[in-house]
Design a protein around this ligand. Sequence first.
Ligand code: ZN
Length: 371
Amino acid sequence: MFEVVAESGEARRGELQLNHGKVETPVFMPCGTYGSVKALTPVQIREVGTQVLLGNTFHLMLRPGPDVISDLGGLHGFMDWDGPILTDSGGYQVFSLRDNVALDDKGVTFRSPVNGDRVRLSPEISMHMQKVLKSDIVMVFDECTPYPATHHEAKSSMLRSVGWAATSKSAYDGEGALFGIVQGSVYDDLRVESLAAVVDIGFDGFAIGGLSVGEDIEEMNAVLSALVPQMPSDHPRYLMGVGTPSDLIRGVVQGIDMFDCVMPTRNARNGHLFTWEGVVRIRNAVHKHDSSPIDPNCGCYTCQHFSRAYLHHLDRCREMLACTLMSIHNLHFYHELMTALRKRISENTLSDFASRLLAQFADANRVNSSA
Ligand SMILES: [Zn+2]
């Protein structure tokens, strides 16, 4: 299912064979929260370079619910996306409700944020829902440990997640690949213990959860440095919910294969655009008369056809097209970044390239934030 085809330092280039096609890694997965990548059609999602999408079990379970999606043949047919789909387990979203969640050893009960109904979510229910969605990659149900957590809190949360990982594996009888999730907050010993336990249960891939939840960059990097070298080298490694372009570069250098984040699409809708020269904030008045594209070196549809002045105008007028055009650019940039990293891994020149890019982004962001 997963084959490493090139390595550069700790970084790997690989191929992931899924039910709906092959994915080249390292890969970035856009978020299709409600069965839609906000503001984009499936054709646009494909054209920006997307290989695999992320869907949210929690949101789709509440609306439209499993019956509707089952009747319409799964999430692929429902949203007309014929490429691979990874679905999260719902754990992250349910625990972000915090105040309205009653936790027990077998799962959680919560008030639906949609209509106030009491809803139950457990490893078994999450596995059933992801089977109905016909996900190519199914994530085990876990507890996303809050940050900050004491060692004691992080340990009991991690052990609960390990138990739920085993239950998820026994319960899942669909055709997708099943990934385990490593928890343990910022504590190296807990991360290593969690990894050993999920590897022991046995999964098709291994994800790192509970990062990018409020800890600083140094803490995240420390966890990755302690953990990633110990992860099985012949299975895909997925860093959940991360991150900025610089986070992706650092993750790839450390040996991560898969990433997802709402950042490129959410930031696009707020006029925050990523480029090789750093961030462009299209709302700034400086763009009002600017005839140049967001990035002269970008091959995306938006940069090929539209000026900064036009995007600035659309954004000011709150035209929906602004969200579409800017989401196209940001996702294209994220995918181009991953393509460049894959190429450098094949050439075994990743280290210099990554250092140069990280310095470039840091410099550009310093200039932008002082301007
Ligand atoms: Zn562009």
